[in-house]
Design a protein around this ligand. Structure first.
Ligand code: GDP
Ligand code: IMO
Ligand code: MG
Length: 430
């Protein structure tokens, strides 16, 4: 049976969590395939807000198995805290599974993340300081510890000794910091974390394929987004994993032939947290409106997100690199009350018009957006339940985006609540 991917088309925080939660209704498994607790996915159900970092967004359905795939980096202390938080709020996490092949975020990864950022000074990336980059670096260096190592104290200690023989040199000689104490880490991870994590460890690849073969539907939940992708994003201002749809295959062990629906989530405008190029960035009152009305502050870090107009050049590129079959737009309601709206349809770079994303980073830094201006609307969209009730200007905005992006826009968010969305497939239904 087929699998669906939900992937961000901008710089993250598009509302992937809320649409994953919505689409999960029809699924039996929801899988996180990359990233770690740098993610913050918000679900609003029956007026209750859940901010998830590592636990997949299908967890609220009692019949869904949430799976943390092999491509994720897991800080077991954070995972345990998140499970406890959810359990305390009445969410049953007993079905949660974690791939034994997922890599562990260790305390020294978090420390190194902060030290690297400080070292970069003004050139810092603005990471979430969660240890994501250093954990993936150790994975690529083949000195990482994996979730399955929690099951074998001897191997855990051996691997830790190997990695610390190098990491402690970096900490002491490069950053002038004290060395980390391997025994203290082993005690925390093996004595405190392992008893909680071991029951969750599973052969996630086997589990997912058994489900697919039994005719069940699987949803792959992306974290971060296309333009934070290590290969396809605005390098070096990216994360250290592959959020794009291809990453869903490597990060879960499901091959491409199983995927038949790839939903790209786009905010009706754009936000970005951290440093990096942003052609349509708004440093004016309209930007402040988007931040205030859209409550554009990081779910976990509370950092103010940088706002801008929707960039169709970016979303078109996301359609290409992810093979998107459809787009889901979020936060259309945040545009309520603006007199007019702009959509970037091309860039002017060194006097030339570019409708495709330039591959060269300095060209993106130099890109001047070419805008199409559309009328705004003065209606509160948050109570609209059917696309036919949309004011003409809002319908026109969506149709214009669709014509620019080139794939159907099916779902449109008009509020954060699970039910606050429009299904444009309903347009023709009387
Ligand atoms: P994610 O990381 O892609 O899952 O997105 P975040 O949860 O970080 O950020 C999206 C924010 O927008 C959250 O606060 C959501 O509750 C909120 N949100 C999602 N969809 C909508 C929508 O259609 N309208 C409004 N007003 N808020 C939304
Ligand atoms: P969700 O899944 C928005 C950004 C950071 C920084 C860069 C690298 O909620 O959309 P990292 O800690 O990953 O090394 O930081 O990536 N970033 C995100 N921005 N949403 C996210 O996740 C992000 N995860 C990382 O701000 O610019
Ligand atoms: Mg987020």
């Amino acid at each position: 049976m087929p699998a669906t991917i939900v992937v961000g088309t901008q710089w993250g925080d598009e509302g992937k969590g809320r649409f994953t939660d919505l689409l999960a209704k029809e699924m039996s498994m929801v899988v996180r395939y990359q990233g770690g607790h740098n993610a913050g996915h918000t679900l609003v159900v029956d007026g209750e807000t859940f901010a998830l970092q590592l636990v997949p967004s299908g967890v609220l359905y009692h019949y869904i198995t949430p799976v943390i795939g092999n491509g994720v980096v897991v800080d077991p202390r954070v995972l345990i805290a998140e499970i406890d938080m959810l359990t305390g709020r009445g969410v049953d996490c007993s079905r949660l599974k974690v791939s034994g092949n997922a890599h562990l975020i260790m305390p020294y990864h978090t420390e190194l993340d902060a030290l690297h950022e400080r070292h970069l000074g003004d050139a810092k990336l603005g990471t979430t300081k969660r240890g994501i980059g250093p954990a993936y670096a150790d994975k690529a260096m083949r000195v990482g510890l994996r979730v399955q190592d929690l099951a074998d104290p001897k191997i855990f200690r051996q691997k830790l000794e190997v990695v610390l023989s190098h990491t402690n040199q970096v900490l002491t000689r490069v950053f002038d910091r004290p060395p980390v104490d391997g025994e203290a880490i082993a005690a925390q991870y093996l004595d405190e974390c392992a008893p909680r994590i071991l029951p969750l460890i599973t052969d996630s690849v086997g589990l997912l394929h058994d489900a697919l073969e039994a005719g069940q539907e699987v949803l792959l939940e992306g974290a971060q987004a296309t333009f934070l992708d290590l290969d396809h994003g605005t390098y070096p201002f990216v994360t250290s994993s592959n959020p794009v749809a291809g990453g869903a295959c490597t990060g879960s062990g499901i091959g491409p032939r199983h995927i038949d629906r790839i939903v790209g989530v786009a905010k009706a405008y754009v936000t970005r947290v951290g440093s990096g190029p942003f052609p349509t960035e708004l440093l004016d009152d309209v930007g402040d409106h988007l931040v205030d009305v859209g409550q554009e502050y990081g779910v976990n870090t509370r950092r103010r997100r940088r706002p801008g107009w929707l960039d169709a050049v970016m979303v078109r590129h996301a359609v290409r690199v992810n093979s998107l079959t459809e787009i889901a737009i979020t936060k259309l309601d945040v545009l309520d009350g603006l007199d007019s709206l702009k959509v970037c349809v091309a860039y002017e770079i060194d006097g030339e018009l570019c409708t495709n994303l330039p591959y060269h980073q300095s060209q993106l830094h130099a890109a001047v957006p070419v805008y199409e201006e559309l009328p705004g609307w003065n209606t509160d969209l948050s109570a609209v339940t059917n696309p036919r009730q949309l004011p003409a200007a809002a319908a026109e905005y969506i149709e214009f985006l669709e014509s620019q992006i080139g794939v159907p826009i099916r779902l449109v968010g008009v509020g954060p609540g699970r039910e606050q969305y429009l299904d444009r497939n309903d347009r023709l239904v009387a």
